[in-house]
Design a protein around this ligand. Sequence first.
Ligand code: BGC
Ligand code: IFM
Length: 812
Amino acid sequence: MRYGHFDDEQREYVIDRPDTPLPWINYLGTDAYYGIVSNTAGGYSFYRDARLRRLTRYRYNNAPLDLGGRYVYVRDDATGDYWSPSWQPTPERELDDYECRHGLSYTRIGSARGGIRAETLYYAPLGETLEVWRVRVTNERETSAELSLFSSIEFCLWDAQDDATNYQRNFSTGQVEVADGVIYHKTEYRERRDHFAYFACSEPLSGFDTQREAFLGPYRGWDRPAAVENGAATNSIAHGWQPIGSHHVRLSLAPGATREVIFVLGYAENPKDDKFDPPGSQTLNKTRVRPLIERWLRSEQVQMGYEDLRAYWDDLLGGLNVRTPDGDTDRMVNVWNAYQNLVTFNMSRSTSFYESGIGRGMGFRDSNQDLLGFVHMVPERARERILDIAATQKADGGAYHQYQPLTKRGNNDIGDGFNDDPLWLILGVAAYLKETGDHTFLDEQVPFDNVPGSEVPLYEHLRRSLKYTLDRLGPHGLPLIGRADWNDCLNLNCFSDTPGEPFQTTENASGGVAESVFIAGLFVLAAKELAVIAGLRGQDGEEAVYRAAAEKMSGTISEHGWDGAWFRRAYDFHGNVIGSGENDEGQIFIEPQGMCVLGGVGLDDGLAARALDSVAERLATPHGIVLQQPAYSSYRIELGEISSYPPGYKENAGIFCHTNPWIMIAETMVGNGDRAFDYYKRLNPSAREEISETHRCEPYVYAQMIAGRDAPTHGEAKNSWLSGTAAWNYVAITQWILGIRPDFAGLRIDPVLPSGWEGFEAVRRFRGATYEISVRGSGRIDHLLVDGTRVDGDLIPPAAPGSVVRVEAILA
Ligand code: BGC
Ligand code: IFM
């Protein structure tokens, strides 16, 4: 069952009923001002930091779900009937029709009731720290209509964590000011004088409200605000309690007439030496923002801003466009997967329907992987991101697990000891180099732990990343896992002497001897990449050392990491094997099967193919590949958080979508295009649209997790949007199945297609040139025709920037 459809031409997902199984959200903003918006206008806005600069309030895990947002109410002043065109927060008021269009950084929600149609376009203009709501109201009746329109938002008192907990203080701090129809939210302004919010309307007001209780009425909810019911705002001024913003506008509409009303919600920051607002003045000087507000309340400006936003996305999505025999592939690659990659870049793991905006770290590991999905669209931003990440690395090569987006400093709360972290930096940098060819990047001076004076070339950071692993090998010669590796919940050095006690991260977690086969595979991959990089820098001695280290680790994996039919997962604190036929549960894990093969382990001796067969036999389900089997049926202190999840969820045998593309890529490496593509389609959100009542999350983006076969809700997705799943699925389909793969020496075309395909077309921007690619035939690459000239193999050397290159790839 579907709840909408894709409008491929407009690049919109069109939701045609409001009661989606879960809120289906979208993102506003592209740079500093951001928001989430659901299909019923739920959500909130913030400036840069979703915790410290939250503009509007949102209550997570509310009942009903997703209540609180950017609501508009329409009231028929002749009858007193009122409703919200976005369905929420007045779901009892039936709509005659409804449509929500989520586009790229904008959302439009509209509906009709009793012959009055209202539609709101929400977006945040490029380069501004504000959002606009353009409401269009049309009278579709044969008689004229006297209407009232009410806007509404609830202000957050900036720090979202404090806002949700510190009522003894916060019920007394709220302050607003209303001038010329603009509502200013100035809580915190008394002491800081450096930021405030404004909420403005294009039309003359009949009234306004800024105190929630005055607007809603005592003990009433957003479903029946007293001001709306009475058809009259109360001109309330908030003193403490819950400041809100609501404008009341009256509209008189002749039959067939449409009126446009624009609302602008924005954030303003005063410079330190502000001449407008000297300390001591209690009235906000509006001089700075007035002209900006005037500009964005104008219809032509709003239209222009919308067109600019569309052009911005045209340009970004121009990095890669494909036309294949499969519509779900085209739609995800060309629009939605690429869009999700950039959203993930902007948000990291901060803000979604599942991420509350309060846990503020940017992951060292996560950010390096996110980069794989957007480096071709915004290479210069990827460059900046890598420098930020690398500057948090410690001198011993170790990493803080997270860093803060505002200060860009390592985060001490979570600390370090996730021993896979440093290796991801090598993969992130390699991806940037392959995309751009910008090898001077490696000479960029980057500090350790942001300590001034500790700067060394970025290349030195990569060396230390590798050394970090080599300095930490365990009893089998495999890398020590530390607190955890990619699988945050595999806490093998966590134990308790008291049976039945909840797991804890012990003091000696990073000192324990548990080892990870996954990190071993990742090491082989990273060491090989660094060897190539060293070679390109003319450091041949080092190149040989890294190759030898990769080979040695490969050997160790074959010796101690092979279980007979698949790769083992780990050894625990006590030296017991994990992910082996010897175990009663958790016999086979997906991660090492993917990562060892990505590192090239077992490609020559058949182990890789055997491991992948085991994945197909033991882990694959129609909804994707589960993380491990059999699921842990009870909590096991010696394994940590993984077994705290009920069977089939999250790391305990859920379909952890992030890992599936590793298997897809591995399948292409052993030449199995059918299996690779089959796995790809099992997860492809567009291909799952048909089963939306089972999948439940948005059909236009990937979710982190789909419940595994041990779960009663097998097939149900959770945690959509912010996950490494987006980047890796994009890499799997574009670089390995379609095979358009940037490499150090140029662009490779090496498809491993499902049988039945006879090629596809693609346009790829690469290092400033445009490649128009046409792949023909089936089988593996035989030769290329580059502008008509035959090239044996799969590598197109980089062309002059600005040129357009015609490439025919002949498979045989
Ligand atoms: C949490 C896990 C969660 C993982 C991914 C970890 O830090 O402990 O519960 O699955 O992050 O979000
Ligand atoms: O690898 C992690 C990631 O860093 C955060 N989300 C969960 C994954 C698996 O535990």
